[in-house]
Write a protein that binds this ligand. Structure first.
Ligand code: NAP
Ligand code: G4F
Length: 383
């Protein structure tokens, strides 16, 4: 019999990659998804199994991190060997608009999982992974950040996650639970939510290249992040729960890059070189040159850059609505402990990830354009 895992946040970026990974390892995977008025399972539709199929390996339950009774019932029914608590209101900027909800879902939600496991008498059986975050370091006290670096959260999201982090440590110490924190630095992929900065950039680059959009508006382009790939990071989550002893681990690449440089890299994937001018709210990037053969190779011969784009056009500008009341300026992690104890190494570097994300978004934007046009143009758009 394979192990049984329960994933909260199964419909999110990490939930989708983790489900795939665990299913390949022979797990039976249960996931908790929220009820919504539209389908919210796009990232996991390829894993879906009809409820009438016998001996399913992938089973979804309706639930919500703000509902203790429901979480307790699901954990009782599933009797999981491992719980991966990935569900969260995970957008830092939005957490300033919904601070109480963020505290409830991200902070108290973690407590609800721990307490359900304890009250159900599953302390010995069930191991728990908590999706902690590099946002805990906030106004960073040292560079790079390790498991020993003090926390200084800078958003309602990060403060809620701080509670989650410490309640996991407390339940581990108080009740001997196998509960661990993965302090994961930013990780991205073609499945990344569209309003996080990397995906926002790769979507806009694709739209601008295809002539569907003129300008990408961003907030603080000087912010620096340690960006890895979600596929690499879900391997670390699993490895953390396979250790004999529960513990907390930083998962990071050790390389930090500014938002501005991410923008440069994404545009250069389609053969576009940018020149940045001005600073602060006045900063913009204009189109300096286009490598037409690279453009045609990535975007497709049906899109002629000279028609869509003109040299000197401003294709990136700043909009203050994307600034945060308090910002996290720089994150860079030291994952030595994970390397030494878990044997974890990332397979992707940033350049590989940017390429994958831009190419995936070009494909997606072409498909959307085809469908919006009533699907009558040419099937070439699906290539
Ligand atoms: P994501 O794509 O935003 O996914 C979040 C998931 O949580 C979604 O499935 C969402 O459901 C679900 N969710 C939100 N509120 C919920 C609630 N009240 N009840 C039940 N489910 C709820 O996030 P992600 O990037 O996969 O990240 C996974 C976890 O890691 C999160 O806890 C995040 O805070 C943390 N984290 C992420 C990163 C990163 O860089 N990606 C780094 C460190 C830590 P819907 O699909 O219905 O919205
Ligand atoms: O992509 P972001 O929104 O990610 P952020 O705030 O670092 O949070 C993500 O990573 C955390 C791990 O450290 C997770 F815990 C969290 O759940 C989430 O997954 O913003 C990255 C940076 C910020 O400094 C932001 O100010 O990009 C800057 N930025 C500049 N312009 C922008 C924009 N961010 C967004 N979302 N949109 C912009 O237009």
């Amino acid at each position: 019999m394979g192990k049984v895992a329960l994933i909260t946040g199964v419909t999110g970026q990490d939930g989708a990659y983790l489900s795939e990974y665990l299913l390949k390892l022979g797990y039976v995977v249960h996931g908790i998804k929220r009820r919504s008025s539209l389908f919210n399972t796009e990232r996991i539709d390829h894993l879906y199994e009809d409820p009438h199929v016998e001996n399913r390996n992938f089973i979804l339950h309706y639930g919500d991190m703000t509902d203790s009774l429901n979480l307790t019932r699901i954990i009782q029914e599933v009797q999981p060997d491992e719980i991966y608590n990935l569900a969260a209101m995970s957008h830092v900027k939005v957490s300033f608009d919904t601070p109480e909800y963020a505290a409830n879902a991200d902070g108290l939600g973690t407590l609800r999982i721990l307490e359900a496991v304890r009250l159900l008498g599953l302390t010995e059986k069930t191991r728990i992974y908590q999706a902690s975050t590099s946002e805990l370091y906030g106004w960073v006290r040292e560079i790079p950040q390790t498991e020993k670096t003090p926390f200084y959260p800078r958003s309602p999201y990060a403060v809620a996650k701080l509670y989650g982090y410490w309640i996991v440590v407390n339940y581990r110490e108080a009740y001997g639970m196998h509960a661990s924190n993965g302090i994961l630095f930013n990780h991205e992929s073609p499945l990344r939510g569209e309003t996080f900065v990397t995906r926002k950039i790769t979507r806009s680059v694709s739209k601008i290249a295809l002539g569907q959009e003129k300008c990408l508006y961003l907030g603080n382009m000087s912010a620096k992040r340690d960006w890895g790939h979600a596929k690499d990071y879900v391997r670390a989550m699993h490895a953390i729960l396979q250790q004999e002893k529960p513990d907390d681990y930083v998962i990071a690449t050790g390389v930090t890059t500014s938002v501005r440089d991410f923008v440069r890299m994404a545009f250069s994937e389609v053969g576009i070189t940018l020149q940045f001018e001005g600073c602060g709210i006045e900063e913009k990037a204009v189109l300096q040159s286009i490598d037409e053969s690279l453009f045609i190779e990535t975007v497709g011969s049906e899109y002629l850059p000279s028609i869509q784009l003109r040299l000197g056009d401003a294709v990136v500008a700043v909009d203050s609505r994307y600034f945060r009341p308090t910002e996290v300026d720089l994150l860079v992690g030291d994952a030595s402990k994970a390397r030494n104890v878990l044997g974890w190494e990332p397979e992707y570097d940033l350049a590989m990830m940017v390429k994958e994300m831009v190419n995936a978004d070009i494909k997606l934007m072409k498909r959307d354009a085809f469908l919006q046009a009533g699907g009558y143009k040419t099937l070439k758009y699906f290539e």
